[in-house]
Design a protein around this ligand. Sequence first.
Ligand code: NAP
Length: 260
Amino acid sequence: MTTRVLVLGGTGEARRLAEALVGRVHVVSSLAGRVREPLLPPGEVRVGGFGGAAGLADWLRAERIDAVVDATHPFAAVMSWSAATATAEVGVPLLALRRPGWTEGPGDVWHRVPTLTAAAEALSTWPGTPTRPAGAPALRVFLTTGRKEVGAFADLPHWFLLRSVDPPEPPTPARLTVVLDRGPFTVAGELDLLREHAIDVLVTKDSGGDQTVAKLAAARELGVPVVVVDRPAVPDTPVAATVAEAVTWVESFGGGMIQG
Ligand code: NAP
């Protein structure tokens, strides 16, 4: 019998894990279907929600899944909770592949906030904002939190630069410029972007990883302050920080691997 592994994806790590597992086990990668043209991993791919924890539990049983790796983005907490509930119910082992968050270093000017709403609140009272004289240029904010989150900032009077893979949907801030792009990004490119748009403040989730970290180095170099949204609470699941660790975990199931 071939070991059947579900990788809950939507991240670069999930793709790399699927690449590493294909040929060793039967790997099914699952994507939410948010991105119009996703970068597809090798192996079997399914797209769309399962219908909550109950739907996922049914799916795990029907597909005779032996192990699940939750390699979703650190902010995809609903899916992570659903995976924990469903795997516990079905009795399937679960590992979270979760990259560590970013840490503030010398030269960084970070303002940590617990939620996106708190990030918007922080911007609404940003130093200088309430006292800006009429006609003064708007605060220029670089939003890197993703297109789904832009609604949290819709009521703010600031000027926003949003970078996302696909265009945002309303509600959006009145003053918004969108750059469609997908990482990885370079420090030189981020420096150009921050300078070109005269960015006053950067807003980011604490996503971690190296694909989108360059913006933090660029902000540090230019003295641009950063609002960092903390990660949401996720279930207390065994965690691997790297793809290699997750491969080892899958291999620990031993028997049933595809040979060669
Ligand atoms: P979420 O809020 O945790 O999940 C909402 C619902 O979307 C889930 O309940 C589930 O629907 C479905 N879903 C999420 N991930 C799925 C997956 N990998 N396969 C199948 N269904 C999935 O997730 P999200 O924050 O919207 O993120 C959606 C996807 O984008 C995730 O795969 C994540 O890895 C990726 N992503 C998210 C972010 C981010 O900042 N949130 C950034 C980069 C990539 P059902 O309840 O119907 O099963």
